[in-house]
Design a binder for this molecule. Sequence first.
Ligand SMILES: [Zn+2]
Length: 222
Amino acid sequence: MRRPAIGCQLGIIAPMISKYHIEMTRAALAPHFSERALEVIVAANIKQDAIINQFGHDEIHYDNNAIDKGDRYIIEQRGYVIATLLTPGILSAWIAFGRLLHTAQDFYAHTNYVTMWLEQFGETPPPSTEIEPLIKELVKSPKLCSGKVYLPMDVLAIIPFLRPLALRFLPKDSHGWMNLDVPERGPKFPYAIAAATKRTEYELDLLRKILTPEMFARFTDK
Ligand SMILES: [Zn+2]
């Protein structure tokens, strides 16, 4: 697998850089999947940040307030996992799961979920390891929103030396101001990583409950 090359190539534009998608996916799934399954899942996950999937695909990244569309995308990809496992095929199930996980992980980097979770605690929030990824009141809150992409400034905001200038032109509801894609975004970043990693585990647990033991064993390839 040409992981470093893909990572470098996508790091230029990728909202949450591939490094973190790879780390979170491996941290959550490595104990449960064969290495060959994991490689396919991880590759499908980071491929979602290819340039072709950056524009006109808000649902893939929960961008531009596409909360319902993002939720629906996850449900659809879960459907493809199950549908594939009802056939002799397996590859499409791993690919669909990788796509699903990308969107599920982006939710915490691109919406205000982490901010709303922290607001419950005032000045002294619990450590990032305590964050719960699917608190119903927050997921269903009318205040839940994600960063709007303002072109071209939001593209310039990704380039470190242009970021300060771009932010002066971007409103506070922009992707540039709201995203928690990289550690430089500050103290909320570890919460986004912790929530996304737990969400990844949750998505696997959900499939464990839905699938028959035989289907689940074929899925994890262990
Ligand atoms: Zn993304």
